[in-house]
Design a protein around this ligand. Structure first.
Ligand code: FES
Length: 178
């Protein structure tokens, strides 16, 4: 596979901004030249920050840019659930349904959100606001039921009342912006 630098990438993929490709360069520069693959997670994050998800085409671009096999990049994208493989709603809700949480109302929390939002796990609400997903252990089993909002904000001890408050709060915040 022939190496591709950021200038070639810019020429080939107008969908990814020059700023993002410059960020690729800065991430790669943090590692020895023969270990540029170490920047794979950072590059996938940059793609997602710009485009909202990591498409198969973007995986190929990252693979070529980092001199990796496309399947190796795909393995990273699919291993970590913070990478979206398709467009998601403005708020991605990941409810932990791993065994310890299942024993402490994780399934109940997921079911409640499905009913509240009118969507099934894996779907996005018609207004584009919410995507509901289940997740593996979030490392907070003692706080179950737990969910993660947009891969960053952990919500603990999510009773039905707290789930309702969360949804209403996010909907209200969006309504105020419009
Ligand atoms: S099993 Fe849910 S946070 Fe660990």
């Amino acid at each position: 596979m022939s190496p591709m630098n950021s200038e070639q990438a810019k020429a080939r993929t107008p969908a990814l901004s020059a700023q993002s490709l410059d960020r690729f360069d800065r991430e790669v520069a943090k590692y020895p030249t023969d270990q540029r693959q170490s920047a794979v997670m950072a590059c996938l994050t940059i793609v997602q920050q710009e485009q909202g998800f990591v498409s198969a085409e973007s995986e190929k671009l990252v693979a070529e840019y980092l001199h990796m096999a496309p399947i190796a990049v795909h393995e990273v994208t699919t291993f970590y659930n913070m990478y979206n493989q398709q467009p998601v709603g403005k708020y991605k809700l990941n409810v932990c349904t791993n065994l310890p949480c299942q024993l402490r109302d994780g399934a109940r929390a997921l079911k409640h959100l499905e009913q509240k939002l009118g969507i099934a796990m894996g779907e996005t609400s018609a207004d584009g606001l919410f995507t509901l997903q289940q997740s593996e252990c979030l490392g907070a089993c003692a706080d179950s039921p737990v969910l993660l909002v947009n891969d960053t904000t952990m919500c603990s001890f999510m009773s039905n009342e707290k789930l309702d408050q969360l949804i209403v709060g996010l909907q209200s915040a969006e309504a105020e912006k419009s």
